[in-house]
Design a protein around this ligand. Structure first.
Ligand SMILES: Cc1cc2nc3c(=O)[nH]c(=O)nc-3n(C[C@H](O)[C@H](O)[C@H](O)COP(=O)(O)OP(=O)(O)OC[C@H]3O[C@@H](n4cnc5c(N)ncnc54)[C@H](O)[C@@H]3O)c2cc1C
Length: 417
């Protein structure tokens, strides 16, 4: 089989040796294994269990775990680049992989960039060691159920899921919607609000990030999962009913998640690589199809029509714009970015999520009726790509909102007399 070219050619985009290697590994896995399995996961809305076994065996499950703890020690940018190669072959695998890797990014490279006192630093390192060991040695999979259907996932209110202090730990109760990997993860990395007792006032500052074992008493998965796209994510509803957790379950000591989320806004871009990969895949499909080289279709060339050429040019321009903006934004990711960098991150997020869908719909219009049959993967790319703009906290709408306000107002400015 002819190997696909990298989305980001290492020399042209000046990738490091590690970025080049990890992207090549992800692409090789994606092309040889994930691509073929994606149809079944999509058709059955089933979780990509086999892909996660391969990710574990290849060492990618620990991609962002620090080297001292047995991982690859990849930073945010390196992770994003390699994950985009996965998204190219199976969007649902890339998106669920993101939920898993986020538990390592928050606790690893991101937390390492925060200013913490010695006690917090040592508690963080002791705590994360437990989780990292499970991932590296046992292939444990972590989910990231944040969303609750209220304003918390958008960062505007305290999480409704509560962790009430009790003897020896906490009792966690609440409901998480759209919990990707539900029923398939080994641990649910849930965000909740710590309360001293049931009368305590919830505050975002007291957000607690806790790994709840999937088999703990009081954990259950509810509801149907039959969505338009990203069907393999199996994002059902999770219920926590007085689940007892101890200090050992903390993914970060209390207060550290709030600090990390406030200082590391680029972290919220980690939902984009899945869609960056889809944008590339829709473009690749169109070129191969119009050249009469799409496996499973007759070798009919359609590239000689000027309208096709114009459409492909339009797609290529959109893809190049998206890649360039995204690459710049993930390259400048760091704690406490300045306003220009933040505006660019929102613009990059918006562009990836909206353009992945725009490129996919242009692909369908350009390739034509035969190309949207279920026997080919373009229609899946089209459906999966529609989901990107809906992901909180940086939905396409919220990005527009933040860019508009950010561009027109400096900090502290208002129009009140
Ligand atoms: C395939 C898929 C997988 C997902 N996986 C996960 C997961 O693993 N973990 C997880 O935590 N979540 C996950 N989500 C959930 C996702 O991040 C959103 O929380 C969810 O899509 C919100 O849906 P909703 O209808 O409740 O949105 P609503 O909260 O009703 O919001 C609807 C829209 O209103 C706008 N809006 C929302 N809040 C505000 C506000 N405060 N101010 C202004 N505008 C606002 C936004 O543009 C939003 O898109 C997933 C979603 C999808 C589609």
């Amino acid at each position: 089989m002819k190997q696909d070219s990298p989305i980001f050619e290492p020399q042209q985009w000046q990738l490091t040796g590690q970025q080049t290697e990890l992207c090549a590994l992800a692409r090789q896995l994606g092309q040889s294994k994930f691509s073929e399995r994606a149809t079944e996961y999509d058709r059955n809305a089933s979780f990509p269990t086999e892909n996660f076994k391969d990710l574990h065996q290849s060492g990618l499950l620990g991609v962002c775990i620090p080297k001292d703890n047995g991982g690859h020690g990849a930073d945010l940018k390196t992770y994003m680049l390699m994950a985009s190669e996965i998204g190219r072959y199976c969007g649902a695998t890339a998106l669920t992989f993101n939920m898993h890797v986020s538990s390592c990014l928050w606790t690893g490279p991101l937390a390492d960039g925060l200013t913490l006192d010695d006690d917090l630093r040592s508690r963080l390192q002791q705590g994360r060691k437990i989780h990292y060991q499970r991932i590296i040695e046992d292939g444990a999979i972590y989910a990231q159920p944040f969303s609750e259907g209220g304003a918390a996932a958008a960062g505007k209110a305290a999480f409704g899921t509560q962790a009430i202090r009790t003897e020896g730990g906490w009792l966690v109760s609440g409901k998480k919607i759209f919990a990707s990997l539900s029923g398939h993860a080994d641990y649910y990395g849930a965000l909740c609000t710590e309360l001293a007792d049931a009368n305590d006032k919830p505050s975002r500052r007291n957000t607690m990030y806790v790994a709840i074992p999937a088999n703990a008493d009081g954990v259950r998965v509810e509801g149907e999962w039959d969505p338009l796209g990203m069907r393999g994510t199996v994002s059902r509803t999770l219920i926590f009913d007085e689940v007892f957790v101890t200090e050992e379950s903390l993914l970060m000591p209390q207060g550290v998640y709030f600090q990390a989320a406030s200082q590391w806004p680029h972290m919220f871009m980690t939902l984009t690589p899945a869609y960056m990969g889809i944008a590339q895949a829709a473009y690749d499909f169109t070129v191969a199809y119009l050249r009469g080289e799409m496996p499973g279709t007759p070798p009919v060339k359609r590239r000689m029509f000027p309208t096709k050429q114009i459409a492909v040019a339009q797609m290529r321009i959109m893809l190049e714009q998206t890649k360039a903006l995204w690459f710049q934004s993930i390259s400048e990711a760091k704690p406490n970015p300045d306003k220009e960098s933040l505006l660019r991150a929102w613009a990059a997020q918006y562009s990836v999520m909206e353009n992945a869908n725009e490129i996919s719909q242009l692909a369908i219009r350009t390739c034509g009726g035969q190309a949207m049959l279920r026997s080919l993967h373009l229609e899946r790319l089209y459906r999966d790509s529609r989901c990107g703009a809906l992901m909180l906290p940086w939905t396409a709408e919220l990005c527009m909102d933040m860019i508009g306000k950010g561009a027109l107002y400096e900090k502290g400015e208002s129009d009140e007399e």
